[in-house]
Write a protein that binds this ligand. Structure first.
Ligand SMILES: Cc1ncc(COP(=O)(O)O)c(C=O)c1O
Length: 278
């Protein structure tokens, strides 16, 4: 793995040779943004949506980098490796400044890094466990920022409780997972929290919403209270690397029957068909 080819600032290098300065603001402050873009059967999935979100993140944190879709493709395509399912990790930090100062200089050249890794297949049909935790992150969770300390601590707590994810609760409402969006089937309707700055607008979330609508599955974007989440017959987590992951136990209690539900089985099929056709 140390010798896999990665992209750094205009060059393709073996991973072991890709180095950035200790004065890079990504290293010092987590001053950067990123994307995780899956690729199926050699083709980047929902590439335009990922780029649109990347550009929004760049603008939100005032990093000045404007590449066209064609330019990004030219950079990322050579990184794709053998295999049916991979993901590209793309990170842009504000770059290297002369000294460590919270305020940023106007003339920083952004550091651009990208690498590709396989998506490890995961037996989703057996479901996973999740816990609920207090959402103690900042107010701009819509930005895909590399500053992920809160998310890391939350996910770690989940893992230490043998859970795959922490579902975050803010003021009594579910927001999202530490690194995923959340869906729940409540009273026969598939529900996901609405678009606000409290959540990252997941690309997988968008695909699931679109597939549900196109196939007449009852679906809505609406707030989910913790109480309602506890009554859900199904809970799913969505993300680019985990796709649609059914949660069969929440806080040590079974969700619905404690088995994957029929909404998930249906959506899983729609999603796999969509991936193949994309
Ligand atoms: C906090 C958070 N929410 C949601 C998602 C899901 O986004 P996507 O479906 O675009 O991968 C992620 C992905 O890593 C995430 O970190």
């Amino acid at each position: 793995m140390q010798n896999k080819k990665v992209y750094l600032n205009g060059e393709y290098l073996p991973l072991s040779e890709a180095k950035v300065s200790v004065l890079d603001r990504g290293f010092l402050f987590g001053d950067g943004v990123y994307e995780v873009i899956p690729a199926y059967f050699g083709k980047l999935f929902c590439f335009d949506a990922h780029l649109e979100r990347l550009n929004k993140s760049l603008q939100a944190v005032r990093i000045d980098l404007n590449l066209s879709e064609a330019q990004w493709l030219e950079i990322l395509q050579p990184l794709l490796i053998e295999g049916d399912a991979q993901y590209v990790y793309l990170q842009i930090s504000r770059g290297v400044a002369d000294k460590r100062d919270h305020a940023f200089p106007s003339d920083c050249t952004p550091t651009v890094f990208a690498m590709c890794s396989p998506i490890t297949p995961f037996p989703k049909e057996i479901g996973v466990k999740a816990i609920t935790l207090d959402d103690m992150r900042w107010e701009l969770c819509n930005i895909k920022a590399t500053t992920l300390l809160a998310n890391i601590l939350l996910r770690q707590q989940a893992v230490e409780k043998q859970c795959a994810e922490a579902i975050l609760i803010k003021n009594g409402y579910a927001t999202e997972g530490a690194a995923s969006n959340v869906f729940a089937v409540i009273n026969g309707v598939l529900v996901t929290p609405p678009k606000t700055d409290d959540i990252l607008l997941g690309i997988t979330r968008e695909v699931v919403l679109k597939l549900a609508q196109e196939n007449n599955m009852p679906v809505k974007e609406a707030v989910i209270t913790l109480e309602a989440l506890k009554t859900a017959t199904e809970i799913w987590l969505t993300s680019s690397t985990r796709e649609i992951l059914p949660v069969t136990h929440l806080d040590d209690k079974p969700v619905g029957t404690g088995q994957v539900g029929k909404f998930w089985l249906t959506m899983q099929q729609y999603f796999q068909d969509y991936k193949k056709a994309a």
